[in-house]
Structure formats: structure tokens, C-alpha cells
Design a protein around this ligand. Sequence first.
Ligand SMILES: [Zn+2]
Length: 201
Amino acid sequence: MQDLIRQLLAELGEDPSREGLRDTPKRVEKAYRFLTSGYDADIDRVLNNALFSVDYSEMVIVKDIDFYSLCEHHLLPFFGKCHVAYIPSTKVIGLSKIPRLVDVFARRLQVQERLTNQIADTIREKIKPLGVAVVMEATHLCMSMRGVEKQNSFAVTSAMQGAFRDNARTRMEFLELIKLRSAVPGVRDGAAASYACVGDD
Ligand SMILES: [Zn+2]
């Protein structure tokens, strides 16, 4: 990878051998390895020993989870907050594991819609809750830095499954509890954020 980065620097019109850039290929490789480390993560190991049987069926919410990901169209960051809720049927996930689960999928090349769905799908598969909801709000640097529709570089996506999809009251309770900071009207089920990066250019 370091040779490729050196080549990239030269293609950009830089001198890869100048002092400030000498260690850049090494640093860039290390950064990219970390930012894509989610590919190697084993979900079951991440959740290891943190699935508990319960006799409890109230909504569990973990909100304002910071996440950082890379847009697969431009390899530029998109980042923001992730809110997760579920209604347990027989099992819960240790609360500290939810942010780790978000990281596993965020540390890959992503589009925000898929990232949102992968988190929801994994929780559904692992603990079979009565419902699961994931909402992600993110700023896309590939939009704002490139000056593409600057005001629309903020996107909200959601995945609503089970009770959150079928029961408007449950869904509203969740949305009320997370109080989206954006004014995007009506977070739709599985909404494709048409205003986020869609890789047109
Ligand atoms: Zn992009």
C-alpha cells in the first residue's frame, strides 16, 4: 500500500521524498488499515459474553453514538450520530457492545443506508427482538468539501423493523426520545437519503 500512496502523491504533483511527506505513506496505510478494520472483525467475538436472557420488554435505547465511516464513492469521511433502539423478546445485548457493533460496520467503505441496515439486521439476527430501529445522522465531507450542494451534505437514514415498523406509536416514541437535530421531515422506513452522497460524480 505504501508504494501506491507514494505513487498517488506523485500523481497529485507532490514530491513524495520531501521531508514532510517521507513518512506519509506509512501513516496513510496505518490510518486506512484502522479505518477499514471492520472487515476483519468477528461479530460474535465483539458480542462475546454480552448477550443476556431477560424477562423485560421495554424499549432499550442507546443514543448519540459517535461514528466515523468512509464513503465508498470518494473514500472521504462521513460521520455523525447513531441512535439504536430495540424491544427485547428474550435477550438483551450489553449496552457497551452497541457502540462497538456500530464501529464494526462503520470501519468499512460504506454508504450510509447500508451501514444503517447492517446494524439493524445484526441486532435482529443476534437477539431476535420484537423490533429494532436504527437512525443515523451524518455529515458527508465528500459533499461539503467539494462544494456539492453544500447545504445538503447532512443526511438522515433509518431502518425500522418489527414493532418499530408496524406500530406508529412505538416508532414515534423512539423518534421523540432521540429528538433528531435535523429538520428532515418524516424519517422514512429504509429511506434512501437522496441528498447524501450517491456517487454521481
Ligand atoms: Zn461520497
